[in-house]
Design a protein around this ligand. Structure first.
Ligand code: HEM
Length: 541
């Protein structure tokens, strides 16, 4: 929003602010914006039903919050194009632990320190385990009945249990190991062809890694026939569309009353409904195919497939009755698996390669570990067995996730009732709670003098700091009831792919580019990604 305002003003006042342009701006503000603001204000006031009584306002004021709160927008105008960066800067000045804000009409608290994060995600986890409602998630995810956006309650607990026990358990992730290794091998084959073409063969790393993680999750969700009829491509397109709709700071989430107006609702919902229709058709066909295959199997008396070898859809269908799921619930769970599984891992792999290109010393040390210390000479690929002792590889992955968590603000949490947290401060029921993991990952008091430096060695000295959310200085997968259930799948995918990329190939930047030219500028959305795609040239070792 601020970026948009800046752009408009910049266009109007490019030459030092001529009087005519200024007058024009003031006139626009008076004639157009004022009535609009009054209208929005009418619909942006909070009611008891929405976010609690006015008492909540007083409670929010008990902690310092940033000044310059505007009547309708609240603190919204202070959000720059990278909200995690804006919130970190605001917190450093106004609320290093907890910082209350009003974003639009929504009372929000931002946690930016290890002790505040621990209070939210561990000590009072049961109070903050819900999610705010989202109009778009309601449409795309069948009443937010998936495992990412479901409000805390009986349905969420049931879905979470199913997902962690039957879809993403470490046993299941292990069972998918041959599939992972096969998909990695396919990528390596393509890279060998590129490498043979020499310096001209510049590889679009994002395209390659996105297609890899997409195919991997397609295979896990729908079985080995996922390339049939170009389904993987269709899924990829729809995942991208979902991410655009669900990501960022959406107007309707911060002015819920305005969004309830019929016309506004119609405009906001139109796109989401269109996407939902396409998902629905695709998933109906997929479910139908699986049901038919299952029936054929039963008719021919083939041995029942083991759960470990079954695709997510097969597992969900076989457990549908036991867990009391409707077909729409199954579709919602599948969609959020696609979304969460794809829109994270490939971004981490791309940014890890970007950091390695900017830090040749780290790249050389990693290649040394992967090539000489562990993998026996002559072996074509790194296997998952080889990864066990690769300490430096693990440190590189941890350091990448510290500096570049794909979800720097996680998914917003929601307080279920009033709760006294740090220093006797009470967060009222219905408050949106944002955990700024990006800010905590860069605190000088935690990470030392140069927290912005890419230095995997810091994790060699602190190898007790793992990914499991036990340490509130470092928890890229979250912690507690809403912690990422895909942690085992993600760790396996990142490890095997990164190890193979640096094992088989030396990497060079396109001709004329230097290390310092690798652009690390980020763009905020459902997840954060590099603004500029990474292009590299592979050289066979
Ligand atoms: C590098 C990769 C990944 C990272 C860094 C990551 C991180 C996260 C984070 C920070 C959250 C939110 C925690 C919170 O709101 O408190 C989350 C939620 C979630 N993730 Fe991941 N994730 C990754 C990959 C995956 C994969 C591969 C899957 C599944 C295939 C997955 C499935 C989910 C689901 C279902 C949720 C929602 C959990 C809930 O609301 O209860 N994630 N993830």
């Amino acid at each position: 929003m601020t970026a948009m305002a800046h752009a408009v003003l910049h266009k109007l006042l490019p030459h030092g602010g001529e009087e005519a342009a200024l007058l024009f701006v003031l006139l626009v503000v008076f004639l157009v914006l004022l009535p609009l603001i009054l209208l929005i204000r009418l619909f942006s006031t909070t009611s008891k039903k929405d976010y609690g009584e006015k008492d909540d306002e007083r409670l929010l004021r008990r902690l310092p919050s940033p000044p310059n709160r505007l009547p309708v927008l609240g603190h919204m105008h202070l959000m720059g194009p990278l909200p995690h960066v804006s919130l970190a800067a605001l917190a450093a000045k106004h609320g290093p632990d907890l910082m209350p804000l009003r974003l639009g009409s929504v009372p929000t608290v931002v946690a930016s320190s290890p002790r505040a994060a621990e209070a939210i995600l561990r000590t009072h986890d049961h109070v903050f385990a819900s999610r705010p409602s989202s109009m778009v998630a309601d449409i795309i995810l069948y009443g937010a009945s998936d495992s990412c956006y479901a409000p805390y309650g009986a349905h969420f607990r049931k879905v979470r249990k199913l997902v962690t026990l039957h879809l993403l358990s470490s046993k299941k992730v292990l069972a998918y190991r041959p599939d992972r290794e096969e998909e990695v091998a396919l990528v390596m084959e393509k890279l060998v062809i590129s490498a043979a073409a020499g310096a001209a063969a510049v590889v679009d790393m994002r395209e390659m890694l996105q297609s890899f993680t997409n195919d991997l999750i397609c295979r896990a969700v729908s079985g080995k026939f996922f390339r049939e009829e170009g389904r993987n491509k269709m899924f990829r397109e729809l995942i991208g569309a979902n991410a655009t709709l669900l990501g960022g700071f959406n107007l309707e989430d911060y002015f819920p009353k305005l969004a309830r107006l019929k016309l506004v609702r119609k405009i906001i919902c139109a796109k989401a409904m269109k996407i939902n229709k396409r998902w629905d058709q695709l998933l109906n066909k997929l479910i139908h195919d699986h049901v038919t295959r299952l029936q054929q199997q039963q008719a021919s008396d083939t041995d029942a497939q083991q759960e470990e070898d079954s695709s997510f859809i097969e597992v969900l269908l076989s457990l549908q009755e036991e867990y009391g799921l409707t077909t729409d619930h199954i579709k919602a769970i599948v969609i959020s698996m696609f979304e969460a599984g794809t829109e994270t891992s490939y971004l981490v792999l791309e940014v890890a390669m970007a950091e390695l290109m900017r830090h040749p010393r780290v790249m050389a040390k990693l290649q040394d570990e992967v090539r000489r210390s562990v993998v026996p000479k002559g072996q074509e690929m790194v296997t998952e067995d080889d990864l066990t002792n690769m300490r430096y590889l693990k440190a590189v992955i941890k350091e990448t996730l510290r500096l570049h968590p794909p979800g720097p603000l996680f998914i917003p949490h929601l307080s279920l009732h009033d709760c006294e947290v740090v220093d006797g401060y009470t967060i009222p029921a219905g408050t949106r709670v944002i955990v700024n993991a990006w800010a905590i990952g860069r605190l000088e008091e935690v990470w030392g003098e140069n927290p912005e430096e890419f230095l995997p060695e810091r994790f060699l000295d602190a190898s007790h700091v793992d990914l499991k959310g036990n340490d509130f200085c470092y928890f890229p997968f979250g912690s507690g009831r809403r912690m990422c259930p895909g942690i085992h799948a993600a760790a396996a995918t990142l490890g095997i792919m990164l190890a193979n990329l640096v094992y088989r190939f030396d990497w060079e930047l396109p001709t004329g580019m230097k290390e310092e030219d690798v652009d690390m500028t980020e763009v905020f959305g459902l997840t954060v990604h590099l603004k500029e795609k990474l292009f590299l040239v592979p050289k066979l070792v």
